[in-house]
Structure formats: structure tokens, C-alpha cells
Design a binder for this molecule. Structure first.
Ligand SMILES: Nc1ncnc2c1ncn2[C@@H]1O[C@H](COP(=O)(O)OP(=O)(O)OP(=O)(O)O)[C@@H](O)[C@H]1O
Length: 580
């Protein structure tokens, strides 16, 4: 299949706003045509002077026409820019919304494997850089090419020899420009890469500032950061340096139409094959070719950038989405079953190997096992964060793939050890569990999760901004807010992935009570390192190296699984150690 031209793709991305852009192009073109009028008027006035025209109204008419042309050009140009910017910003908003709507439909890995600095650069900077091609290139370049074309047609009507002569400098100038442009797309792509590398390092540096300080890595990390900044500056310096000479020659040569017209026209005039009126008109009008042509050349680089910009945006928009059904299903139960599931985050590394198990509705199931054995991976697959290629997961008799993503996400509340809090008020962070929930409902969930009292002690109570730039909360406090959020969601399946990992002994009782309320009457899946929290589970699966090595109740496993027995001994040993 032939690849679509980038400009065509950009045009497609602005589908609903073509009208505005077309009106902008028409208005700008009309403006440029009006801009030719003063040149035409000047030619007529000079011819009048040469013929000693005495009639004042003749000069007045052409002066007014020139003035009208200038005014109309300015008005139409402003109108065109206003229309093109209106359409452009609506298109940019549309593209950003499409990208943001796309991200949750992608497998988690596609998003997580892209450094956040790079993602920000695509969504913010790359989309922003479409402003020039859309708002300026389309109306201005089109109209600025149209003006010289119209003048040339008129020159051909007047005298084809002079028209051809006025063209000579243009291809010579253009040839230098083309030499620069031949590699421009690739070079611009390179500039995007070095900028993305710099952005990712900045984001990493800021995100990891705690580790950098703790391990006194400021100098090393700063060196990496400054290397990237220098690489970025050096790339742009060498790129621009290599363009400098040909671009200067091109911009000097292309508009010099008079170089050929003046001597050749003079010879033809002397030879009698060119009358003075035509000669003067050609001289003046040929000057009108230069301005728009230079303006059009200013956009050639934007045109060359479009391919990379559109490619970056399309790399997200065309990423493979999670493949799920679109028609909501009805559940007979909330039983979960994994049938021969094998899964790896990357094609070359399998993490889970042929896992089969079932989790009856309304029961509590725990996964235990060494670190890195695959417990969280199983939980994330059940929650539908990833699609797998081998095996299947059934929920209430339906293959997860047949359940629309939205409906699937409604079924589970996932509380993990790093619960992200958005840079919003505590209230809004909890409300995220059930958008549209009233304040009373939010506060009731907070009370049930045992976080109401500490929230009320915050500077602005429930309206205190937390996360990003807001008040800093302890790990345990964040955890309880996450539990409140999950409670508000009231999903039939609750997944607790090391959910109580941060809770200190003082708060453990409060949080355990909160968790008990959260999971009441639900299908509960717990991943726990502290085995004492799951001894009551209906069923415990021991996971080792991506396989289920044993399953049963706590008592059964103590007897039949050496690994579980060992883990239990280690756990009680550690507890005793804590107590000592
Ligand atoms: N997003 C990811 N991309 C690539 N590999 C991953 C990803 N998440 C986990 N892994 C790998 O998959 C394996 C299983 O990880 P998982 O988090 O499921 O283990 P776990 O048993 O829950 O460990 P822990 O108890 O330490 O949380 C590990 O080797 C881990 O490095």
C-alpha cells in the first residue's frame, strides 16, 4: 500500500474543519491578488508620466486603486489568518483529544514503555508545531504561490519572451533551496530525536530527584543531562550551519527577476520589438513576483517538517489498541477462570507459563510467592490491563476479549502499592472512583476507609490539593485514599496488589478494617507478602517462576507446599523479630 502524503494526512486529521481552512485559503488568495493591484497601478502611472498624461483624474484613479488594493490585501489577510487560526486550534484540540482518548485503549505497556518526556513532547510540542503548517502554510503558501503564477500568466499575455526571462532566476534560486530541502525531512527527524532524548532526561532527572539526592548522584545525573542539552545544541548548530550558504544564495537569487529583464528588455526595446508600455509594465510587475515568492519560500521548511510531525502523532494514533468486543455482555456470575494463560510483556520473554486456575465469585483468593514470580502480572491480566496472545481469561462465562474495555474496567477496583494521586483536591481524587458521586458519598467512602479524620486535619480539609504540586501525604495516607476511591467505585471484583504494604503497625488495624469493608460481598484477589493477612483466604495460589506451584487453604498449604511452609516460617520469624 502506498504511504499517504503527510500533508494529506494532516488534512485528514482536520476533517471537521476543512470549511474554515478552505475559506482561509480563498480569503488569503483574494488578498494576494489585491496586493498585485498597486504594482499594476504603479505601472500605469509610470506609463502615464512617460506619455505626459495631463488628466489628474487618471492619476487619481490609479492611486485610489493602489490604495484600495493595499487596504483590501491587509483586511483579507487578517481575515484569512483569523479563520485559519480558529480552524487550526480546533484541529489541534481535536488531535490532542484523540491522542488522550487513545492512550487508555492501548495496552499498558505501549504507554509505559514510552518515556513520559517523549510522550509530552509528542502531545504538547509536536502537536503545537502543526500550528504553522496548518494556520500559515495552507493559506499563505498557497496564496503566495498563486500571486506569482497570476503575474506570470499576465506577463505571458503581454510578451512571452519577457515572461520567460522573468522566470530565469527563479529555478536557479530554487535549485539551491532544493539542495537544502533534499535532506531536510531526515535532519528534522534527527532534531526531534535529540530533543526527545533531552526531554526524557529532564523528566527522569526531576522524577528521580529523591534518589539522586539520597545517593549523591547530582553530578553524574547532571552530567547526563548537560550532555543531552549540549548534543541538542550541537545538532541544531551544525544543521543550521550546513543550510546557511545555499539558503542565502537561494534567497538572494530567486527574487532577482530584474537581472535578466532589464538588459534583455532594453535590447528588445532598442530593436523595436518591445514597446515602452510593455517594458515598463513587465519591470514593475516582475517586482511583484519577488515578495510572495520569498514569503512562500519561508514555508518550505514547515512543509518538510510535516512528515515527521504527522508521523509522531500517527505513531500513537495508529498504535494497536487492546482488542475487545464492543457490545456490553450480561454476566451470569463473576467467576474468573484462567485457561492455559502464557504471557510476556515483550515478545522475547515469557513471564507466565500455561497458568490455569479458577476464582469463584464472592470468594477471597490470594497469590503468594517470591518477588518477581508473576503475581502482579496475573492480577493485571485479570483486570484487563493487557491482552495476551496465548490462553484466555473468562469472567462470568465471557472471554475478557468479548467484554468492552469500559464494561471490563467497571468490574474491577484495583488498589496497588503505588496509588497515583492526581494534582487535585482529596475530594476529586476520591471521586475518581465514581465520577458524579456527591460530596456526601465521597466523605462516606473516606470515613469507611478510615481516612476522614486525617483529611479533615489537612490545611483545607477535603479541598486540599494533593499529588504533584500539592500537600505531601505519607504512603499510608495515600493508600487509604486509594482504598476510599476503590470503595466509592463499588466494583464486584476487588484486586489488592500489596495494598497494605505501606501501612505502619499503628494504622494496620484501621486499614484492615477499611479493607474488610471494601471487600465485603465481593470477589477479592489479594497479593500479599505479609502472609498473616491472607490466612483466612478461601484459596491461596503459590506462584513460582510464572507457574502455579501449589494451591489450597492456609492449613492445606502448610502441609503440602514446602515453599509456602518456608515462606510462612520466614514470615513468623520476621514478626517475632519485629516484636523483639
Ligand atoms: N511492565 C513490565 N514490563 C516488562 N517486564 C515487567 C513489567 N512488569 C513486570 N515485569 C517483569 O515480570 C516479572 C513478574 O513481575 P510481577 O510484578 O508480576 O512479579 P511479582 O510476583 O508481583 O513481584 P513482586 O512481589 O516483587 O511485586 C518480573 O520479572 C518483572 O521484572
Amino acid at each position: 500500500m502506498q504511504a499517504k502524503s503527510p500533508m494529506l494526512r494532516l488534512w485528514e486529521l482536520g476533517e471537521q474543519y476543512h470549511g474554515g481552512l478552505i475559506r482561509a485559503v480563498l480569503s488569503a488568495s483574494a488578498g494576494v491578488l489585491c496586493g498585485i493591484l498597486p504594482y499594476f497601478a504603479a505601472a500605469q502611472i509610470i506609463i502615464g508620466l512617460v506619455h505626459s498624461e495631463q488628466d489628474t483624474s487618471f492619476y487619481l484613479f490609479w492611486c485610489c486603486l493602489a490604495l484600495g488594493g493595499y487596504i483590501l490585501r491587509a483586511v483579507l489577510y487578517a481575515l484569512a489568518l483569523s479563520m485559519s487560526h480558529k480552524a487550526t486550534f480546533a484541529i489541534l484540540k481535536n488531535i490532542r483529544e484523540r491522542i488522550l482518548a487513545k492512550l487508555p485503549k492501548l495496552p499498558l505497556g505501549t504507554v509505559m514503555d514510552t518515556p513520559s518526556g517523549q510522550m509530552k513532547q509528542i502531545i504538547v510540542d509536536q502537536v503545537e508545531s502543526m500550528e504553522r503548517p496548518l494556520a500559515h502554510l495552507l493559506p499563505e503558501m498557497t496564496s503566495n504561490i498563486l500571486a506569482p503564477v497570476c503575474i506570470l500568466i499576465y506577463l505571458f499575455v503581454l510578451d512571452w519572451r519577457m515572461a520567460l526571462l522573468s522566470l530565469v532566476s527563479i529555478p536557479v534560486g530554487m535549485a539551491f533551496m532544493m539542495a537544502v530541502m533534499a535532506n531536510y525531512g531526515k535532519q528534522y527527524e534527527g532534531s526531534v530525536r535529540v530533543t526527545q532524548a533531552m526531554n526524557s532526561t529532564i523528566v527522569e532527572y526531576i522524577g528521580g530527584i529523591e534518589v539522586i539526592k539520597a545517593f549523591n548522584q547530582g553530578k553524574n545525573s547532571y552530567a547526563k543531562f548537560s550532555q543531552r542539552v549540549l548534543a541538542n545544541a550541537s545538532y541544531f548548530y551544525h544543521w543550521m550551519k550546513s543550510c546557511q550558504l545555499p539558503v542565502s544564495i537561494s534567497r538572494t537569487l530567486a527574487p532577482t527577476t530584474l537581472i535578466t529583464i532589464l538588459p534583455a528588455g532594453w535590447i528588445m526595446y532598442l530593436g523595436g520589438s518591445l514597446d515602452i508600455e510593455t517594458f515598463l509594465t513587465v519591470i514593475i510587475l516582475s517586482l511583484g513576483i519577488a515578495g510572495p515568492l520569498l514569503a512562500a519560500m519561508d514555508f518550505v521548511d514547515s512543509l518538510a517538517k510535516v512528515g515527521t510531525i504527522v508521523g509522531e502523532v500517527d505513531s500513537i494514533l495508529s498504535s494497536e489498541e487492546q482488542q475487545h468486543g464492543l457490545t456490553p455482555v450480561s454476566f451470569s456470575s463473576k467467576d474468573i477462570r484462567l485457561d492455559h494463560v502464557s504471557f510476556g510483556y515483550h515478545a522475547d520473554q515469557e513471564i507466565l507459563h500455561d497458568v490455569s486456575l479458577s476464582i469463584p465469585s464472592g470468594t477471597m483468593t490470594a497469590f503468594v510467592g517470591p518477588s518477581g514470580s508473576g503475581k502482579s502480572t496475573i492480577a493485571k491480566l485479570i483486570a484487563g490491563f493487557w491482552d495476551m496472545k496465548k490462553g484466555r481469561i473468562m469472567l462470568g462465562g465471557h472471554d475478557l476479549k468479548d467484554i468492552p474495555l469500559r464494561q471490563l474496567y467497571e468490574q474491577t477496583a484495583f488498589v496497588s502499592q503505588d496509588n497515583y494521586l492526581f494534582n487535585e483536591s482529596v475530594r476529586e481524587n476520591i471521586r475518581m472512583g465514581k465520577p458524579g458521586a456527591g460530596d456526601a458519598e465521597v466523605e462516606a467512602a473516606a470515613k469507611a476507609a478510615g481516612c476522614d479524620s486525617f483529611i479533615r486535619k489537612l490545611e483545607n480539609g477535603y479541598d486540599t490539593v494533593v499529588g504533584g504540586g500539592g500537600t505531601h501525604l505519607s504512603g499510608g495516607e495515600r493508600q487509604r485514599i486509594a482504598i476510599a476511591r476503590a470503595m466509592l467505585k463499588d466494583a464486584p471484583i476487588v484486586i489488592l496488589d500489596e495494598a497494605t504494604a505501606y501501612i505502619d503497625p499503628e494504622n494496620e488495624a484501621v486499614v484492615q478494617k477499611a479493607v474488610a469493608k471494601l471487600v465485603k460481598g465481593k470477589t477479592v484477589i489479594v497479593i500479599a507478602h505479609r502472609l498473616s493477612t491472607i490466612t483466612d483466604a478461601d484459596r491461596i495460589f503459590v506462584v513460582a517462576d510464572g507457574r502455579i506451584s501449589a494451591s489450597g487453604t492456609h492449613e492445606e498449604l502448610l502441609k503440602k507446599s514446602a515453599m509456602y511452609h518456608e515462606m510462612w516460617q520466614a514470615h513468623i520469624g520476621a514478626k517475632d523479630g519485629d516484636a523483639a
